[in-house]
Each structure stands twice: as structure tokens, then as C-alpha cells.
Design a protein around this ligand. Structure first.
Ligand SMILES: O=c1ccn([C@@H]2O[C@H](COP(=O)(O)O)[C@@H](O)[C@H]2O)c(=O)[nH]1
Length: 267
């Protein structure tokens, strides 16, 4: 069985977000076009990315066939030896969390899932245990990329912002589920808040960070150990439309920016 943590840490630190929008595909057979285009773009970008991230909401919005398509594309990603992140942001009482963990981690060994920690440790634990059994990973929402993320996440709790309280819990869990240098417990930290990325990086040394917000949300390329930069629209629909050639150029440009020598005072 392959291991998500081992796989993603030896690949380029870029994540392709697949968020299909039928209106952006011309013609009638929207689902067929999304299927073909997603397979093409995944295959073209596979050597240049750490993982493909499926945003369940966009597939659910396509109805039962859309949901089935997400699973079909995940199976295709596995054939391409491409690690899968299920961006489902699940969070529920423990017994239900167990069912979610079964659906996304146990059913797809070596994959990862995004989890909302708001219900507490007993609700997160089934995901952590399933990730350990299935050699997968859990990315816990710590500081999200959206403009309103501060409404709750920045509230002061016991002398520090709530996102730091969550980060401390994630850091403790990540020690418990360590795999070599890294851990099965990572964090989602929005690339639209580069200062928060830097600050949290220090306090969570074992956690890989899934960093969404690159491109369409205004996030720039950020460097740092263990940062997996994620772009959906900017890579999947570069320039606002499906185009595999442009997607490939955009992925190369992001990777070149990551490799370029650092300007004085930048990070
Ligand atoms: O804090 C978060 C957590 C998740 N997301 C998800 O990432 C993509 C971003 O899409 P773009 O087109 O690159 O803006 C999307 O699926 C979000 O649900 C996030 O943006 N921020």
C-alpha cells in the first residue's frame, strides 16, 4: 500500500484543485466534457504536482452522476499514481465521523481528507485513526483563505486567536501520528494570509500545510518547508477556460517561481 505522506513529500509542492463548472464548458454533454478535460489535465500535470484535490461541492452540484464522476476521476488519479485529496471539510459527532472516514480514507488507502475541527477531538479522532490505518492524511482547517475567516478564527480565546488554539491541538495530534519527519496530521492555512502561514509554520513543525488561495483568490507563490500550494481555478481553468496547454504553462510558471532565487527581504 502506498503512503500519502511519503508520496506527496517527494513530489513538486503544487496541488491541482479540480472544481468543475459546467457553464465553463461549451456544448451539451457537460459531464462528458468535464470527464475528458479532467483526465487530460490530470495526466498532463501529474509529474508537476504533489496531489490532485477534488472539491466535492462542485461534483455534488452536478447531481448523482457528478458525484459518481468524482469517484471515477479519483480511481483514474490512482492509476496515474497521483495522490488524492478529498476536499470535503467533514466534521460531525464521532460515530458519523467514523462513517465519513470510512468513505474517504479507508475506501481509498493512501489518500487525504480535509476536516473541520469545530466539534472537538472526539469528532476528529476517527479521521486520525483511519488515516493511520490506511496510510493517509488529514488536513485540519486552522486558518482558512476566505475574507471572512477572521470572524471566528481570529477571536481571542485564552489570550490568543482561536486559530492558534486549533493549531496547538493539531501540533499535539501531529506528534501522536508522526511518520518520520512529517505527520499524518496536517493543516489548511490560506495562502491569502502569508503572515499567518509563516507564524503557524513555526508552531506546527511536523504538519504539512495545504495552502489554498493561490491565483484566483489573490494568493501568491509562498515558499517554506512542507507547504503544498493549491490552485483550482488558476490551474484547472487558467485564463477562465479549460485549456490543458495553458494549465501546463501555469504549473511550470508556479514551479519556476518557487525555484527562483529569493529577492532580498522576501520569503
Ligand atoms: O481555506 C480554504 C479551504 C479550502 N479552499 C478550497 O480550495 C479551492 C480554492 O479554489 P480557487 O479556485 O483556487 O480559489 C476551493 O475548492 C475551496 O473550496 C479554499 O479556497 N480555502
Amino acid at each position: 500500500m502506498w503512503d500519502f505522506v511519503e508520496e506527496v513529500t517527494r513530489r513538486p509542492p503544487l496541488v491541482l484543485g479540480v472544481d468543475p463548472r459546467p457553464a465553463w464548458h461549451p456544448g451539451k454533454d457537460k459531464l462528458g466534457q468535464i470527464r475528458r478535460y479532467s483526465l487530460e489535465v490530470m495526466e498532463a500535470l501529474a509529474p508537476r504536482i504533489a496531489a490532485v484535490k477534488f472539491q466535492a461541492a462542485f461534483f455534488e452540484a452536478l447531481g448523482p452522476e457528478g458525484y459518481a464522476l468524482m469517484h471515477e476521476l479519483a480511481a483514474a488519479a490512482r492509476v496515474m499514481a497521483l495522490p488524492v485529496i478529498w476536499d470535503v471539510k467533514r466534521g460531525d459527532i464521532g460515530s458519523t465521523a467514523q462513517a465519513y472516514a470510512q468513505a474517504y480514507l479507508e475506501a481509498y488507502p493512501g489518500s487525504a481528507v480535509t476536516v473541520n475541527p469545530y466539534l472537538g477531538e472526539d469528532a476528529v479522532a476517527p479521521f486520525l485513526e483511519a488515516a493511520a490505518r490506511s496510510r493517509g492524511m488529514v488536513f485540519v482547517l486552522v486558518k482558512t483563505s476566505n475574507p471572512g475567516s477572521g470572524m471566528f478564527q481570529d477571536l481571542e480565546v485564552a489570550g490568543r486567536p482561536l486559530y492558534r488554539v486549533v493549531a496547538e491541538a493539531v501540533a499535539a495530534w501531529s506528534e501522536r501520528y508522526a511518520v518520520g519527519r512529517w505527520s499524518r496530521v496536517g493543516a489548511v492555512v490560506g495562502g491569502t494570509y502569508p503572515e499567518r502561514v509563516r507564524e503557524l509554520r513555526e508552531g506546527m513543525p511536523r504538519s504539512l500545510f495545504l495552502v489554498p488561495g493561490l491565483g484566483a483568490q489573490g494568493g501568491a507563490v509562498l515558499r517554506g518547508e512542507g507547504l503544498l500550494l493549491s490552485a483550482s481555478r488558476a490551474l484547472y481553468y487558467p485564463g477562465g477556460r479549460p485549456d490543458v496547454g495553458v494549465a501546463l504553462r501555469q504549473a511550470r510558471a508556479y514551479l519556476e517561481a518557487l525555484r527562483a532565487p529569493m529577492a532580498e527581504g522576501s520569503s
